[in-house]
Design a binder for this molecule. Structure first.
Ligand SMILES: [Zn+2]
Length: 304
């Protein structure tokens, strides 16, 4: 009998020591996000109330990303998880479904209605996941994030709500700024050519035609025909510049630049855009607002 009691008390001690340990590390909520853009949005809403960690750092391509052992440990110890959804994190979907059985896990694109999403292909129900490039759509996800945090941590409802209102205000100003900047590009020069189709929502929101060499996901390779078609389009429309993406090798676009050269047309590399990941922490593009501004400044100065 004593033995049993001893075992039970050891178990209780182990359990409570572990819990105490977690709490000693950090009293705050642990929020785990996939992309840096989501992490930044969540951090703006939690302020100092949570420890917010993003799994995918600068230069990481979310379409191809596979969770490491460290990521799984982090996801398991999280209090709440936010990811993009719509297959952006295509290789992590099953993990989220498993973990959702034990704790709150949210795809932030669920904040949007089907009408707000861009269909990839009319024939099926897949939708473009790159919603962060339409700032007004991105703003709509703050409601879901704040609401889920309040459900988990209602004591701090007031702080989450007021942080959300402040951030929405900043995003609303950003949306107006992007709109006014893009209007500086003459209508006939509004064609944005990049490595993959990340900018569909950007094009729809800010009135610029967009074309990616690869499809919606970087998991599809581009072929010679894609390069040829793009070269024809650039030469025909006298497009001044094409843009490299921070998460994708330059190789694909170099093939386009070379193809144009062979047709005696010179197209410039207009600069690097942050498409599926933000810039390094501490740099101008190391947060969402800075990333959008960097992209818009790069696009406008190369195309206007
Ligand atoms: Zn992408």
């Amino acid at each position: 009998m004593n033995k049993i009691l001893l075992i039970i008390s050891c178990c209780i001690c182990l359990f409570s020591c572990q819990t105490a340990d977690n709490q000693a590390d950090n009293d705050k909520l642990l929020v785990v996000c996939t992309t840096g853009m989501i992490g930044d949005l969540v951090q703006n809403i939690t302020g100092d109330l949570a420890d917010v960690q993003s799994i995918m750092g600068p230069g990481v391509d979310p379409h191809l990303y596979k969770a490491s052992h460290g990521d799984l440990t982090l996801l398991r110890s999280a209090d709440i998880i936010f990811y993009n959804g719509l297959h952006l994190e295509g290789k992590m979907q099953e993990i989220f479904e498993q973990i959702a059985k034990t704790k709150p896990v949210f795809a932030i694109t669920n904040a949007l209605t089907i009408d707000e999403l861009k269909a990839v292909d009319e024939s099926d129900d897949t939708h473009d996941p790159h919603i962060w490039f339409d700032v007004s759509l991105w703003t709509k996800t703050t409601e879901l994030v704040a609401g889920s945090l309040i459900e988990l941590d209602s004591v701090n409802e007031e702080a989450y709500t007021s942080n959300k209102t402040n951030y929405n205000q900043q995003l609303s100003e950003l949306h107006s700024w992007v709109t006014s900047q893009m209007e500086l590009i003459p209508i006939n020069k509004r064609i944005l050519i990049t490595s993959h189709d990340a900018f569909g929502y950007f094009g729809r929101a800010y009135d610029i035609k967009v074309k990616g060499l690869q499809g919606i996901s970087t998991t599809t390779e581009f072929g010679l025909k894609d390069v040829g078609d793009m070269v024809d389009e650039i030469v025909e429309n006298k497009i001044a510049a094409v843009f490299v993406e921070s998460t994708i090798s330059e190789r694909s676009l170099n093939a386009v630049v070379e193809g144009c050269k062979a047709k005696r047309y010179s197209v410039a590399i207009g600069g690097t855009l942050y498409s599926d990941a933000m810039g390094e922490e501490g740099t101008d593009a190391g947060n969402y607002i800075g990333m959008v501004k960097h992209n818009v400044n790069t696009i406008v100065s190369a195309l206007k």
